[in-house]
Design a protein around this ligand. Structure first.
Ligand code: APR
Length: 235
């Protein structure tokens, strides 16, 4: 069985009804990312940023995983968690809704809040604002969305780089390849000998550097890829 690392981006959730970032003239739900997704934006206008993420979090209640999320959960079942790691740039919870277990949210999670006073992270299903109290240190006005904003360090980097060095196959799904470090993961895996595969609606910025590319909606190309792995095509 091959050891597989999968990286997903907004494209895998598009057919579940969540908007991607760069397919909407650079606007995310009508906001420029600098208005809502930077530490500076949060410092300047915390109420806008809280409200923005509260709306995104609330929208998850009506959002369901699609057959691409389901296929990746099935792939993990097939390979076993030892040989499988799913890294997502997405802050939605569709991979866990679909049943994925070995999953790292490198850009954080909409369903959690982090305390800037004591650094604790908490499940946060409800709206968050400046009056919310940290369950660990009891400070108010210290909780923020558990989201990695532009200019901040993504999470789990050492675990991810270790898995990239050890995998046989690296697959990038539904990401435009614009945001580093995730956009460079395929090069890292390739340098350690992995086969690199892109599954996307259309060729990404780095498409020609991948060993293989399959293009079409995620609900088509991801289940097809998983079926191919099951036939033993990748070892
Ligand atoms: N199936 C497969 N791919 C799709 C689909 C679909 N149905 N719809 C769109 N795509 C592809 C687009 O062609 C594009 O290449 O998904 C990609 C989405 O790219 P982006 O919007 O740039 O999203 P992503 O790559 O995840 O962004 C990375 O940037 O804004 C930050 O932190 C944010 O995690 C995000 C990061």
């Amino acid at each position: 069985m091959p050891k597989i690392v999968i990286l997903t981006g907004a494209g895998i959730s598009a057919e579940s009804g969540l908007k991607t970032f760069r397919d909407n003239n650079g606007l995310w739900e009508n906001h420029r990312v600098e208005e809502v997704a930077t530490p500076e934006a949060f410092a300047a206008n915390p109420d806008l940023v809280y409200r923005f993420y509260n709306l995104r979090r609330a929208s998850l209640a009506e959002t369901r995983p699609n057959s691409a999320h389901a296929a990746l959960a099935e792939l993990e079942q097939h390979l076993g968690s030892e040989d499988f790691l799913l890294v997502t740039q997405n802050v939605d919870n569709l991979h866990e809704q679909a049943g994925s277990q070995r999953l790292l949210h490198m850009h954080g999670e909409l369903t959690k809040a982090r305390c800037t006073a004591c650094q604790s992270v908490h499940e946060w299903p409800n709206p968050l604002d400046a009056t919310s109290r940290c369950p660990a240190c009891h400070n108010t006005a210290s909780l923020r969305p558990h989201i990695v904003w532009f200019g901040e360090m993504p999470l789990y980097m050492s675990e991810i780089y270790q898995a990239l060095a050890e995998c046989d196959v690296f697959v990038s799904v539904g990401t435009s390849g614009n945001v580093y470090p995730a956009a460079g993961f395929y090069q890292e895996a390739k340098a350690f000998g992995a086969r690199t595969i892109e599954l996307n609606l259309e060729p990404s910025a780095n498409a020609r550097d991948f060993d293989e590319g399959h293009y079409g909606p995620a609900t088509k190309v991801v289940p097809e890829f998983v079926a191919k792995v099951k036939t033993g095509a990748y070892g």
